[in-house]
Design a protein around this ligand. Structure first.
Ligand SMILES: NC(=O)c1ccc[n+]([C@@H]2O[C@H](COP(=O)([O-])OP(=O)(O)OC[C@H]3O[C@@H](n4cnc5c(N)ncnc54)[C@H](O)[C@@H]3O)[C@@H](O)[C@H]2O)c1
Length: 256
């Protein structure tokens, strides 16, 4: 069924680079917080700090939206929320299905943050017959045998996969054949999808590995700043060799 990896061009329609698209949710989160505090305007520097982005990059990103702010005043918070939401397609309702209602699937179904961002959990699907009809987050779990009908009936274009790794590709193939064109994959499997289908993979262990890498580097930097004689410890160049690779190098983090 799957015919190969999806290759997207570096820019989307209307010339917005993918890197800018990836930062829009960061701006939106910061702007939503300002909006909730009824802050009317924000400078590019303030917003960049709140979003954790360089302010020159932010101004460049907003220029793709046709938003330049007003000198001395900054950006209109409400209007930017609207512009970014519209650009991300969040001004419409997106029905989502979650497949695999175990620990993670149930936790996601119970997460209130989806609905407030325009993602409505339309259906929960599981292969375990004993789950069929059980209520999770107020929604009755349906059997995977009915997957195609469920997708069709609910007009679903986004599927979330929270099955074990071994089932993920098969579930993905069925979702795609049924008309799903965007997949959020939590299973530890690299999915193969046809052209035109977008896959985003979420892997918390990779994020933790990256944090571990930074923790290790911070510890090595602290050690290097200590005077060699401090507290009778060995010189920095010799320090913590046992915590590192065989050559004393900080090992690289390998993505899964
Ligand atoms: N990405 C991450 O950061 C992250 C974090 C935790 C777990 N996970 C992954 O998420 C997945 C789920 O983890 P969990 O702890 O919820 O597991 P779980 O065993 O509690 O739940 C898995 C569910 O999938 C169902 N299932 C199995 N095969 C299916 C199929 N073909 N169609 C539909 N449903 C099917 C099972 O009946 C079960 O209810 C695993 O692959 C796990 O490795 C990822």
């Amino acid at each position: 069924m799957a015919t190969g990896r999806n290759h997207r061009p570096a820019t989307r329609s209307r010339g917005i680079p993918e890197a800018t698209v990836a930062r829009l949710p960061l701006y939106l989160r910061a702007l939503t917080a300002l909006s909730e505090r009824s802050v009317p305007t924000v400078s590019s520097e303030e917003l960049a700090t709140a979003a954790g982005v360089n302010s020159a990059k932010l101004r460049k990103d907003f220029s793709y939206l046709g938003s330049y702010g007003t000198r001395g005043v900054g950006y209109d918070v409400e209007y930017l929320v609207y512009q970014i939401s519209r650009e991300l397609g969040l001004t419409q309702d997106w029905p989502v299905v979650i497949v695999g209602i175990g620990n993670l699937g149930a936790a996601l179904a119970n997460y209130g943050g989806f609905a407030s961002r325009g993602f409505r959990v339309a259906a929960l699907i599981d292969a375990d017959s004993s789950m069929t009809g059980k209520q999770v987050a107020g929604i009755a779990v349906q059997h995977v045998d009915d997957l195609e009908t469920i997708i069709d009936t609910n007009g679903v274009s986004i599927g979330v996969i929270t099955t074990p790794g071994g089932a993920a590709q098969q579930v993905c193939d069925r979702l795609v054949a049924a008309g799903v064109t965007s997949i959020l994959n939590f299973a530890p499997t690299v999915l193969t999808v046809p052209e035109g289908v977008d896959v985003r993979k979420v892997d918390l262990s990779i994020e933790l590995q990256i944090l571990a890498f930074h923790e290790q580097r911070k510890a090595a930097e602290e050690l290097a700043q200590e005077p060699p004689s401090a507290a009778g410890l060995p010189a920095a160049s010799e320090g913590r060799r046992g915590d590192q690779g065989p050559d004393g190098d900080i090992p690289a983090v390998m993505p899964a």
